[in-house]
Design a protein around this ligand. Structure first.
Ligand SMILES: NC(=O)c1ccc[n+]([C@@H]2O[C@H](COP(=O)([O-])OP(=O)(O)OC[C@H]3O[C@@H](n4cnc5c(N)ncnc54)[C@H](OP(=O)(O)O)[C@@H]3O)[C@@H](O)[C@H]2O)c1
Length: 268
């Protein structure tokens, strides 16, 4: 897709990857609807974008059903949507036994329920050739200790993307899925960063990830994973998961130590 003059709705626009992506998309000449909960951050971002007057800030409080209906109404009539980017996401790096019910619900709500409902709400609002792009994670394809809930939610988003892409194959709409590896944003806690450093895990800047996402949109790559070693691990995990079981089991005492830095949460 040529992104010039395309109408793009981006969730989680105030976050690390969201901001880098908004800048890169605006530089390509796209018209953006920057969606999120933080009005100040979104307005500051909008003011920094090339042709800031072409872009809109949409503040949503909870992504309630009403919020989603309001978003839907933005794309009736002459203004239709070309790309929906489901980028908002959250995680808790912690052992399952130390995650509260609300920690678990929040990850399911933001990483699964929200993109699925938004996609359902907006699916009739697209121009021909429209794209739904879901931002997943390498951890959606490699179940990783300390991230059991997050891995489960991103796996769900991955399968949703695959199934919906196939369901829409005759409609002219495409569904793309991009899975970043660790990215240097506020998303990762100090404990998560320390674990990555200790295990020698690679990480990317948000700007690099944004460029890869743009490439996926332009080339309409159905699936893209970032990181050479991570891609290899995903393939080994799919074919011979016991090899990855053993590799992660050897690292478990280190993972356990960092993950317990979140210790002390009650169940609710
Ligand atoms: N950073 C990484 O290591 C990494 C790796 C792989 C995949 N990813 C994925 O990349 C995407 C962007 O991550 P990021 O690194 O840019 O993270 P980030 O800087 O923490 O930004 C996350 C965004 O999601 C929104 N969000 C968080 N919790 C929310 C909630 N409860 N309700 C509604 N919105 C919420 C935030 O919006 P508000 O401003 O409204 O809070 C924020 O704009 C996520 O889907 C994440 O899973 C990240």
């Amino acid at each position: 897709m040529n992104l010039q003059n395309k109408n793009i709705l981006l969730t989680g626009a105030s976050g690390g990857i969201g901001q880098a992506l908004a800048l890169a998309l605006a530089e390509k000449g796209a018209r953006l609807w920057l969606v999120g909960r933080d009005a100040v951050a979104l307005n500051t971002l909008c003011a920094r974008l090339p042709h800031s007057e072409h872009h809109s800030v949409v503040v949503v409080n909870h992504y309630s059903d009403e919020d989603i209906e309001d978003l839907t109404r933005l794309f009736w009539g002459n203004t239709r949507l070309d790309v929906l980017i489901n980028n908002a996401g959250t995680n808790r790096f912690a052992l399952l036994e130390e995650q509260s019910f609300s920690d678990i619900r929040e990850q399911i709500r933001v990483n699964v329920e929200l993109p699925l409902l938004l996609t359902r709400g907006l699916c009739h609002q697209f121009n021909a050739g429209g794209i739904i792009l879901n931002i997943g994670s390498i951890l959606g394809e490699i179940g990783h200790p300390g991230y059991s809930i997050y891995s489960a939610t991103k796996a769900a988003l991955h399968r949703f993307s695959e199934a919906l892409g196939r369901e829409l194959s005759l409609s002219g709409l495409s569904v793309l899925y991009v899975a970043p590896r660790a990215t240097r944003t506020r998303f990762n806690t100090e404990a998560a960063n320390a674990l990555n450093a200790s295990l020698g895990n690679g990480s990317d800047t948000a700007e690099y990830v944004a460029q890869k996402i743009i490439l996926s949109l332009e080339k309409e790559h159905k699936r893209q994973r970032l990181g050479f070693v991570e891609k290899l691990f995903v393939k080994i995990n799919a074919l011979l998961p016991s090899i990855v079981d053993r590799a992660l089991s050897k690292k478990m005492s280190v993972i356990d130590r960092y993950a317990r830095q979140h210790a002390g949460r009650s169940v609710k």
